[in-house]
Write a protein that binds this ligand. Sequence first.
Ligand SMILES: Cc1cc2nc3c(=O)[nH]c(=O)nc-3n(C[C@H](O)[C@H](O)[C@H](O)COP(=O)(O)OP(=O)(O)OC[C@H]3O[C@@H](n4cnc5c(N)ncnc54)[C@H](O)[C@@H]3O)c2cc1C
Length: 417
Amino acid sequence: MDSQSTEIAVVGGGIVGICCALELAETGLKVLLIDRDDPGQGASYGNAGVISPWSSVPQSLPGVWQHIPKWLVKSDGPIAIKPSYLFKLAPWALRFLWQSRLHRTREISTAMKVLNQNNVDLFKALLDGTGHEDLVRDSYYVHAYRNEKQADLNSLEYAIRRDHGAELEKIGRQELRLLEPALSGDFESAILIKGQARSLSPGKLGQVLMDKFINLGGQFVKSEVEHFQRDAKGKWVIKTGQEIIHADRIVLSLGAWSKKLLKPLGIDVPLEAERGYHLEFQNPGIELNHSVMDVDVKIVASSMSGGLRAAGTAEFAGLDAPPNMKRIESLHTSVKRMLPDLNTSGFSHWMGTRPSLPDSLPCIGQVARHPGLYVAFGHSHYGLMMAPKTGEIIKNLVTGNPPNIDLSPYRVERFLN
Ligand SMILES: Cc1cc2nc3c(=O)[nH]c(=O)nc-3n(C[C@H](O)[C@H](O)[C@H](O)COP(=O)(O)OP(=O)(O)OC[C@H]3O[C@@H](n4cnc5c(N)ncnc54)[C@H](O)[C@@H]3O)c2cc1C
């Protein structure tokens, strides 16, 4: 079997792995990125493209348990659980609900803020000089409400954003119509979150940054990683489907697949595949000016370079279950309700897996008991927007310049006994 050596192997080429590899390559280190697919084609391909410095609101908020039953019974509700998966999900779900205490919400949101801060500027800096600077466009996040009373600027999720410096504004039906004429007239109100951006093509964004990595001398191996372990000399030995790769250090960034490869090392993390879907309408006949969320069903729509994309839903069915056509149908119905003039002839559908940990925070950092092993996974709903900062932190750790931030909330050891 062929073999090769590198200083750093980045295992997993989603947007998180790409940003880590690029940051490391920029320091002059010899970096090799491994993915079984073309990079950026996992969850990082099909997301909603929201890049927000203000998305520091965890999924498990106080009172979330009250909403879950009604979300679950609605066929177009934002959450679905495959009945046969319920039992398997239960331990993760309990840990998730345990995080909904107010003091945890505050702690988690502070840690999220650190990863999201300046994300728009960081993306722009990464894209600078690539000729594809237009892939990230400044925009608002429009949270659209059918019931004006629910658009409450004083609710916890907006208070957190405001405390973190976001500029928010509540608008009424008329102003919303002027801002987003394609939205249904059913929406009475919206809350605008300003000072953020959206990607016009998350898949292309990954490709462009990958090209930049290659131009810097980075290497790419397209192969499935089967396992990895340390040899007697302390080097990491990575076995892929076609070769053995020896690396001084490894950055593990396999998104939802990270659990599987960490388990043989005695690192068992409560990582769930939180599946989401998108529909992309190639000839939509309408245009959105911003990222727009229909708050009732938590679907985010955005005009992208490939058409109008509507993305959302959180489905728990395990890592390997096939796409659920019922979710696609209900997503279609919801989008049509949100955007009545949308031309729905000609669309593609996609399913991807968010790598979700119960506390909505990723694992980032060096693994204590395994010298030379760094992790960067578990970014759940926020992986696109948190990727540049994750890459920067990993670069600083690998090069021996620990960043001046508290990394304890992201330690993988928080889940280990
Ligand atoms: C519907 C939806 C909407 C979303 N919207 C947003 C949004 O608007 N903004 C935002 O910030 N985030 C959003 N997210 C979340 C975001 O997409 C993810 O958090 C992010 O893409 C995770 O990136 P990653 O690099 O960790 O994982 P991935 O992109 O999944 O990459 C993991 C990589 O590992 C590779 N791999 C797996 N196993 C192996 C193996 N054994 N050997 C080799 N390679 C392997 C895969 O091929 C893949 O390329 C959304 C997600 C979904 C599903």
